[in-house]
Design a protein around this ligand. Sequence first.
Ligand code: 1HN
Length: 350
Amino acid sequence: MQTDTATKTTAEQRRAFYERMAPHHLAPLWEVLRGLITPEPRSDCRAALWRYDEVRPFLLESAEIISAREAERRVLVLENPGLPGQSRITTSLYAGLQLIMPGEVAPAHRHAQSALRFIVEGSGGFTAVDGEKTYMSPGDFVITPSWTWHDHGHEGEGPMIWLDGLDIPLVRALDCSFAEGYGEAAHPLTRPAGDSLARFGSGLLPVDYEPVSRTSPVFNYPYSRTREALEVMRRSKEWDPCHGLKVQYVNPASGDYAMPTIGAFMQLLPRGFGSEPYRSTDATVYSVVEGSGRTMIGEEILAWGPRDILVVPSWTRHWHQADTDAVLFSFSDRPVQKKLGLWREDRGNH
Ligand code: 1HN
């Protein structure tokens, strides 16, 4: 019989060996291998729910503590309870709720990170992206592409609140963050409000159009259009057992996701609908637009209503029940996983 010398060493001998090599920046793979290559996704990200009526008072109180200008962006970060202090809502994505009050400005800057805004409350607020303003209303999906100048303002009344989703942890993992301030509150406007939507979001493209970036040239997908589309589509009663009626936001110039790093979706669950269990490798953030119901996530039951935010971790079986007609916006890192050939989904209980 061949002797296996390694198995003869004691735990103490091994520890001494590891200690001798550590100053040389060497470490034994066999001690960590099983934690590195897990048979299934194993995440610290946990299922969580933020009730809007609990969060909103803190957000409004923040306006008494700091101005939007001083804060640069007055945001309460939605920290995943399993990832405290890391400014992450999932392992790969950041989310926060941003408040801007009438007359305030969030000054112009740009960064490598891509941002989405999903409008939750208020009207009369706007964001300007690379020289074009768009006014924002609840349910609108608004994009700030990587490295575009952007500032926000508010010409209306009452608080303006939206959910920010950024690829900050992804960009951090790749160490490719760049950022700069414009130096003035607002970047100059070069196009009228609504120009991008008319030019690129009408089933038309400028003749001979060549994309200038990987992000959609449409930067505000108004809820009025999305909601109307869902309402017409529901008439055919083709419900997906796991998703109800679910659509994804697209870049009209490529047919790809609207953003290169974040996929965004909207779904309608009719009153009384109970979805079948589903899981996918992209941890997903949901923002409830309309209606109420609950989502079962593993062993947890999260009951939600309008404007609540919830997160489903990677590869965690979940299903929804809608008490009323319900509309859910969601986003995840699905475009990244799909491009890398890593994305998986699993329907039902197998
Ligand atoms: C940012 O630029 C915005 O432009 C919001 O509204 C949140 C969080 C971290 C870094 C940059 C915005 C952000 C952010």
